[in-house]
Design a binder for this molecule. Sequence first.
Ligand code: SAM
Length: 336
Amino acid sequence: MTQLNQELPARARRKGRERAPSWRDALIEHQIEKWAEVREIGAQPRSHLSDKATYVLGDAIQWLAELPANSIHAVVTDPPYGVIEYDDKHHEKLKSGRGGVWRIPPSFDGAKRKPLPRFTVLTQEEISGLYNFFGALAYGLQRALVPGGHILIASNPLLSTLTFHAFQQAGLEKRGEVIRLVQTLRGGDRPKGAEEEFSDVSMMARSCWEPWGIFRKPMDGTAAENLRKWGTGGLRRISADEPFKDVIPCSPTRGREKEIAPHPSLKPQRFMRQVVRAALPLGIGIVYDPFAGSSSTLAAAEANGYLSIGTDRDAGYYALGREVFTPLSTLPLNER
Ligand SMILES: C[S@@+](CC[C@H](N)C(=O)[O-])C[C@H]1O[C@@H](n2cnc3c(N)ncnc32)[C@H](O)[C@@H]1O
C-alpha cells in the first residue's frame, strides 16, 4: 500500500468524523482507484517521481489514445506552439545556435537573450499542420477528461485564435482566458536593416501579456451535481473571500529557477502553482500535462498536494524533468 493509499482514506475518515457529505469520500476513493490505474497505462518508460506524480516518456496523442475515457480531472499545459519548433530538425538548430524557426537574438548590453520561436515564419502548410495537431489533442483531451474537467492551456497572441478554435471544434466550452502579464522580448523592433531610416516605427507591438485559454468539458447535470459526482465543473477559489481571477502578473522565469531547470520554455512556479491549484475546484483529482518538459506542472501540482501525470516525447527533457522535479516543487517562491 502506498503512502497515498493510507493517507487519503485517513483524510476521508477524518472528514467523516466532521460529518462531511459521503459524496466527498466517494470521490476520494474513486481518485485512489483511478490514480493506480492511470499512472500505469501504456508500455512507455516512466518514472514515479513521488507517490503523487508520474512522468511518462512518450508522445502525448498516442498516450491519450490508450487512456480510458473519463480518467483525468484537469489539464494544465504549455504546448509546442509552432509544433515544428520541437521537431527534430528545428530543435537541433536551437541546440546548435543556428536558428531555423528559433530566433537566436544577439547578446545585448552584456545580457544574453533567450531564443524565441518566430511564429510569423510559419507557412500555410505548417499552419494547417498546427490546426490538425491541436484538433487531435483537443479530441484526445475531451475524451480523457471527466465531465466538467478544465483545461488551462498556454498560448501566444499570434496563434491563440487558431488553436482555441480547434478546441471549441472538439466540443470543449471556452470559459475565458487567463492573462499572464509578462513582458517578453517579442515585438517592438524597428524594420530590420533600416532601423535609423524608420526610427519611429515598430514592426509589431511589444508583447506584454500571455494568453492562457480556459476550456471545460461539458458538465453532467447541474454544477452542484457535477461537483458531487466528478469533483469538477468549477475553479478553486483563492480563499473564501477571493475567487480565482483571470489576470495574473508574473515576470519571466529567471535566476535560480532557470538554473535548476534550463528548459527553453520553462514556466515559473509562481504562476504554475496558481493555475494548477485553480484547476481542481475541490482539490481532488488528477492533473495531466501532455507536454511536461521540465516537469514544471507536475512540480506545481506536488506543491499543491495534487496528483499529476505528464508526458513528453523528448528523452532529454524527460531526464531533466526527473532531475528537477523535487527542487522545483520545493522551491520557495521568494527565491528567484
Ligand atoms: C513549450 S514546451 C513545455 C515546457 C514546459 N512549460 C516547462 O516549463 O518545462 C513543450 C514540450 O512539448 C514536448 N513535445 C512536443 N511535441 C510533443 C508530443 N507530440 N508529445 C509529447 N511531448 C511533446 C517538447 O519536447 C517540449 O518539451
